[in-house]
Write a protein of this length. Structure first.
Length: 234
């Protein structure tokens, strides 16, 4: 009986030792796993914080430029002078959207029904202002036409003509130093008139190319918002 009890005690002790050792090993694995996970999360947080700070600085810089323009205009400075584009062409500033729009009549850029740029277009001044004052900003080039249907030229419709004209100006900018990733060409045909298409004067106003400079980066603002939401406690 005593022998049997001794054997049972030995077995129980052995099982206990094995159980403790196994438990230690499992805890060690768990600790190692948690440590690795902690380091990964720490690195991710540091990257997120760095990205957030960079985006916040970009958004603040954009807003500062918008605020400066608003102040100058409120103090009586003309929009063209405040934005740097001058008064040769109509210039509009939209503080809420964070945009500056320069409107060029099609007659100074293209011959009737054509999409090839004339030799003298007035684009060089606009180009220099964008490069000097708005470097790094997104620029949309928007082609617009009147509502007269295409009859004699090679274009399928006004959509195609407006798109090709926008592309011509965009390619001119790209060929003179504005990075491709800061340019977008948009053809709107006759879908965005600014005057009546029932008169010759109205049609002339509608045939235009708009250069829209985006001071406020919508992409940076959206990314900053996403990063901030990710940092919020779940």
């Amino acid at each position: 009986m005593q022998s049997m009890l001794r054997k049972m005690m030995v077995v129980l002790v052995s099982l206990l030792v094995i159980s403790v050792l196994t438990g230690c090993t499992n805890w060690k694995k768990k600790y190692t796993g948690l440590s690795v996970e902690h380091e990964n999360l720490k690195g991710r947080y540091q990257m997120t914080a760095s990205e957030r700070n960079a985006l916040a600085a970009k958004v603040a810089e954009d807003q500062q430029m918008i605020d400066d323009l608003q102040r100058q205009i409120a103090e009586g400075k003309k929009v063209g002078a405040a934005t740097g584009f001058g008064d040769e062409f109509p210039v509009e500033f939209d503080a809420a959207a964070g945009t500056v729009t320069v409107t060029l009549p099609d007659a100074i850029l293209f011959d009737s029904g054509k999409a090839d740029l004339k030799k003298s277009t007035g684009l060089d001044h606009i180009l220099s202002v964008i490069k000097e004052k708005y470097s790094g900003k997104m620029v949309d080039v928007i082609g617009n036409t009147d509502s007269d249907p295409i009859k004699k030229s090679k274009w399928t419709d006004n959509w195609e003509l407006s798109a090709q004209r926008a592309l011509s100006v965009t390619r001119y900018f790209a060929g003179h130093g504005i990075p491709n990733n800061e340019l977008r060409a948009v053809g709107r045909g006759d879908s965005a008139p600014i005057a009546s298409n029932t008169t010759s004067a109205g049609k002339a106003k509608n045939r235009r190319v708009e250069i829209v400079v985006h001071i406020k980066s919508q992409e940076a603002a959206a990314k900053l918002k996403a990063v901030q939401q990710e940092e919020q406690p779940k």
